[in-house]
Design a protein around this ligand. Structure first.
Ligand code: AOF
Ligand code: ZN
Length: 330
């Protein structure tokens, strides 16, 4: 299963709507017959790739897959049936398929007399497909709120200036995180004040191959010459302040991972509604003493009511520090 997970995570697979899946076929003596992994929407599933490589040798084999074999005919045929037809004797998978359209493969396999085991390294598979799994199970995108602030929590000075709080390595890191998301959201206030492009630039500053959807939320009108309306990427302006409605709309558009880059008002709307799952804060070794807070009032009066983060990572980037945490209870 570790090898199957490694295959699933093969670098170079384009970001898309499908999960990352790996598969290893083992002979009864435990030796490896074939391997496969999924290379993105529209291409063969991991199991199909491994079965194609194995040919007749798949008869009597054990298939080790990171995800429950699918049971549906989508862009490709059902893998559960393909495993049955190939004469596989046993299937071990990590993670049950949370996609209601594709689930049920384990039962199909059992009904065909195949031994099925599940749950091996499940956590690792869920982690690899964190946003996909979350969106399938919860019916909304996984939300990461990113902000940059001085050590005393200011995201802009008293005169409104905010360029540049963090240094180049932290800014490059933001582009890396943006590129792994499906949509980037800010409020109308950020567009009117900062006129950000909200695109992904690669190491040398050139536009990346794929651009996340740009989302502007809020009722105010925006100038048509704002950078978010250039043709570098697609943009939607959602004229609402209802964060749940925004997430429902983005989910319907296939967004699994939303990157919040808004100012304090947007941040507090999402955090206050309990709709931020992960926080990525870049802290610069600077002090301002006054100016805009990274997040606006959350209605919290006492330290005992503070929202707690479970810290998952702390990384030094140049002179700045990145702290990544999950909101407790998520
Ligand atoms: C994958 N790759 O290796 C496996 C998947 O649109 P389709 O036909 O490609 O189906 C996508 C669904 O199939 C996906 O959401 C998941 O539930 C299931 N299994 N998907 O992309 C794979 N095994
Ligand atoms: Zn499949």
């Amino acid at each position: 299963m570790r090898r199957a997970l490694e295959l699933a995570a093969t670098p170079g697979v384009p970001h898309g709507p499908n999960p990352r899946v790996g598969c290893v076929l083992l002979a009864p003596d435990g030796s490896e017959i074939a391997e496969g992994f999924h290379r993105g929407a529209g291409t063969p599933h991991a199991e199909a790739a491994a079965l194609a490589e194995a040919g007749a040798a798949a008869r009597g084999a054990t298939a080790v897959v990171t995800l429950e074999p699918c049971n549906h005919t989508g862009r490709t045929g059902p893998c559960a049936r393909a495993l049955v037809e190939a004469g596989v004797a046993r299937v071990v998978f990590a993670q049950p398929d949370p996609n209601p359209e594709a689930a049920g493969g384990a039962q199909t396999l059992r009904d065909a007399g195949i031994a099925v085991e599940l749950g091996l390294l499940e956590h690792e598979s869920r982690r690899l497909n964190r946003a996909w799994t979350f969106a399938m199970e919860r019916g909304r995108p996984f939300v990461t709120w990113k902000f940059a602030a001085t050590l005393d929590g200011r995201s802009a000075a008293a005169d409104g200036s905010s360029r540049w709080i963090t240094d180049e390595p932290a800014r490059r890191d933001v582009h890396r995180l943006r590129s792994a998301c499906d949509a980037i959201l800010v409020g109308t206030g950020t567009v009117l004040r900062d006129d950000p492009a909200l695109t992904v630039r690669d190491e040398v500053g050139a536009p990346a191959d794929r651009q996340p959807l740009r989302v502007v939320m809020g009722e105010r009108d925006l100038p048509q010459d704002a950078k978010v309306f250039d043709d570098a990427a697609e943009t939607v302006h959602l004229r609402t302040r209802d964060v749940a409605a925004v997430l429902a709309e983005l989910h319907a558009r296939g967004c699994q991972h939303l990157f919040l880059e808004g100012g304090p008002t947007v941040a507090s709307a999402f955090v206050g509604a309990g709709l931020v799952d992960e926080v990525v804060g870049y802290l610069a070794p600077k002090l301002l003493g006054s100016g805009r807070n990274a997040v606006a009032d959350l209605g919290i009066e006492s330290i005992t009511d503070a929202l707690d983060l479970v810290v998952e990572d702390v990384t030094v980037l140049g002179s700045d520090v990145r702290i990544t945490g999950r909101l407790r209870g998520k």
